[in-house]
Ligand binder design. Structure first.
Ligand SMILES: [Zn+2]
Length: 278
């Protein structure tokens, strides 16, 4: 599932193509993906120009002119294609934007979990989203406040889009490894140096992943280079790059989680590595 770096890469790729173009037509084949409804999305975009393409959390955000907003969430298998010919099966094409110069933006989504949302007010539409981890608002102090407010385990807390927007399974596992924190560590029990380490880890892993255009996980998202640089995610049973201990895999909050039991601390006694005592 695309996370912040993959969505950011898609936005950067499509920005020069769509910005400035006027939408002359919109066709959708899977109406259940459209919110608040097919007619609202059609009315919301046809006749408007795309002023800017941006991102909020894992949403791709089209700023329209006259003012309006189109939000696209790719979820499991959604992707954009440019031009008349789509590389995926014709049956997977779900929506088409036709521009006034006849160019086309296609939305393909085999599994149909993606969402296309029209909103008159962006702030209202994204009111549930937490802080952007690469924004200036995301300071060490802000993270400390969020961790203190919520009395939760780190992994599910970091995945919660209402707290921090954009992190998913891959980069949460990577950030926790870089910070040396156990995914089950309690958010309200971190020391100030641990909070600072987590803050730096979240930012560095996201920035690095953007540079490498994200992680290729299956054909829904290709072209990334970050998969070769992941330290724990997808490395179950392989030696930790730092200490050589086998990377562990556990289901935490219904999500597969990868971590080094030796390098990552604070998960509670049952998750500490077994040590021989004299
Ligand atoms: Zn280790």
């Amino acid at each position: 599932v695309p996370e912040l770096p993959e969505v950011e890469t898609i936005v950067r790729r499509f920005r020069p193509l769509v910005e400035g173009r006027r939408i002359a037509g919109f066709r959708a084949r899977w109406k259940k993906q459209l919110s608040p409804g097919a007619a609202a999305v059609w009315r919301g975009c046809v006749g408007r120009r795309i002023a800017r393409l941006g991102r909020r959390g894992k949403f791709i955000v089209f700023e329209l002119d006259p003012p309006g907003w189109l939000l696209v969430h790719l979820r499991m298998s959604g992707r954009f294609e440019w031009g008349a010919n789509c590389e995926c099966e014709p049956g997977h094409l779900r929506a088409t934007w036709i521009f006034d110069d006849s160019e086309r933006l296609l939305f393909c989504d085999p599994r149909k979990f993606g969402r296309i949302i029209y909103a008159a007010d962006l702030a209202a539409a994204t009111a549930d989203l937490g802080v952007e981890p690469l924004s200036r608002a995301f300071t060490v102090r802000k993270l400390a406040e969020l961790l203190r407010q919520h009395h939760r385990r780190l992994k599910p807390l970091l995945l919660d889009q209402r707290v921090i927007a954009g992190l998913g399974n891959i980069y949460t596992d990577e950030a926790l490894f870089r910070a040396g924190l156990h995914p089950l560590a309690r958010s309200d029990r971190l020391t100030p140096p641990q909070v600072a380490a987590l803050h730096a880890a979240i930012r560095s892993v996201l920035r690095q992943a953007i540079i490498y255009q994200g992680t290729t996980f299956d054909h829904a998202y290709a072209g990334g280079g970050m998969q070769q640089r992941l330290a724990v995610y997808g490395r179950r049973g392989q030696p930790c790059l730092r200490c050589g201990t086998a990377i562990q895999y556990a289901r935490i909050g219904q999500r597969g989680t990868h971590f080094c039991p030796r390098c990552q601390r604070g998960g509670g006694s049952q998750h500490r590595p077994v040590r021989r005592s004299r």
